[in-house]
Design a protein around this ligand. Structure first.
Ligand code: SF4
Length: 396
């Protein structure tokens, strides 16, 4: 499934005037308004959205499609909070069913990757009192002392808000301490949906949308980078998604510190919102495309392939996505517990490269800050040679 080019779309004399106006803005590199964004969610067909989003994606990146080699560490899946969409947390009342790693346990996991060509460790998990400022400062320092070149991407404003409050320090002081300890960047999680009327229902008690944005702002002011997510497809309406995107775009105008926008699909297994249906693949692709169109000041849009499956991930590359997350031996359990498409999301570099090449894109291994580690466009794998070298003899 691919969309027409933007020029082909604009040649269609039957294109509705308001859709034509938005398409022309995209062609001219202009920004669309919140009203136009809402109109796109409510009315725009998939092919139209693909044409606009792919135009932006190719203007920014051509066929380049990024991935990085990282591993995940989840210190605990026990959590004080009770987010209704969360399938991951063993609530504090069921603590014995979960895991709570010590500092040494986590360092053991890091050491398991000593011989692996990974560039990043991604650390995120539940919120518990023993995981405090001292614990994480110590952890980041120890990881850096052990492997200085490993990029530490860790914790979200959900954890930072909690640990700084507990330590009675300001966000500014807290983020400075984290930076000094070795934190390199922040992942995009915990954003969910910023609008209070929705956030209170699905993620009550944890940091507010304003606090999430403020912590990222402070981090950016320290000269550092982070990502942003949006959890969609539960009880929110389109207007809440636009409100969310608008707040991200406004902060990005101010700081320029976001690298990547990652839409996260709500999955309904094993949580309190299991009665809700999940969004269709068409809606997922529409959502990627609108994110790409709306966030004109974000460089990258990423799809987390274990959550949506390999085929939808391939399709997403024609709807604004330029980055696929989840590479070799993906160790996160967050999405598999929520009913993700891939129960055991391990894909070798070769498999991921071939998945990207199969849809005509150019696979680029990157580091966390999008420095190019390797261009796999023309790389041949050992198996390819064996395969190509084999010629079946005629049976006589
Ligand atoms: S989403 Fe995060 S903060 Fe909410 S319950 Fe799950 S682990 Fe805790």
């Amino acid at each position: 499934m691919t969309a027409p080019s933007l020029d082909t779309l604009l040649r269609d004399s039957e294109l509705a005037p308001h859709l034509r106006a938005a398409a022309l803005k995209v062609k001219d590199g202009q920004r669309i308004t919140p009203e136009e964004g809402l109109m796109l969610y409510e009315e725009a067909p998939l092919g139209y959205l693909g044409a606009l989003a792919n135009h932006i994606r190719e203007r920014k990146h051509g066929d380049r499609t990024y991935f990085n080699r990282n591993f995940h560490v989840e210190p605990t899946n026990v959590c004080l909070y009770t987010c209704t969409f969360c399938s991951y947390s063993r609530r504090i009342k069921k603590r014995e069913d979960g895991w709570e790693y010590s500092l040494e346990d986590i360092l053991d996991i890091v050491r398991q990757y000593d011989e692996q060509p990974v560039t990043e460790v991604h650390i995120v998990g539940g919120v518990l009192p023993q995981y405090d400022v001292a614990f994480y400062s110590d952890l980041f320092r120890r990881i850096k002392a052990h492997r200085p070149d490993l990029h530490v991407k860790a914790l979200t404003p959900v954890e930072y808000h909690y640990i700084f409050k507990k330590a009675k320090i300001s966000y500014e002081e807290g983020m400075r301490l984290m930076k000094e300890a070795g934190l390199d960047s922040m992942p995009g999680g915990g954003a969910e949906i910023f609008a209070e009327e929705i956030r209170d229902q699905i993620a009550g008690g944890k940091c507010s949308g304003e606090q999430w944005l403020r912590i990222h702002e402070i981090w950016h002011e320290l000269g550092m980078r982070s990502n942003a997510t949006m959890l969609y497809g539960h009880i929110e309406e389109y207007r809440h998604r636009i409100d969310h995107l608008e707040k991200l775009r406004a902060l990005q105008d101010k700081t320029g510190g976001f690298q990547t926008y990652i839409p996260l699909k709500f999955r309904n297994a094993n949580n309190e919102l299991s009665h809700l249906p999940e969004t269709s693949v068409v809606e997922d692709l529409r959502n990627y495309a609108i994110g790409r169109i709306y966030l004109d000041n974000f460089d990258h849009v990423k799809a987390y392939w274990p959550m949506i499956g390999r085929t939808t991930a391939q399709l997403s590359l024609a709807f604004g996505v330029d980055d696929l997350d989840g590479t070799i031996d993906d160790t996160t359990r967050i999405y598999s517990m929520a009913g993700a498409e891939e129960k055991n999301p391990a894909l070798s570099t070769e498999d991921l490269v071939k998945l990207i090449r199969a849809v005509g894109r150019q696979p680029i291994e990157r580091d966390t800050l999008y420095g190019v580690v390797a261009d796999y466009t023309d790389v041949e794998f050992a198996g390819d040679k064996e395969y190509r070298g084999y010629t079946a003899l005629p049976v006589v």
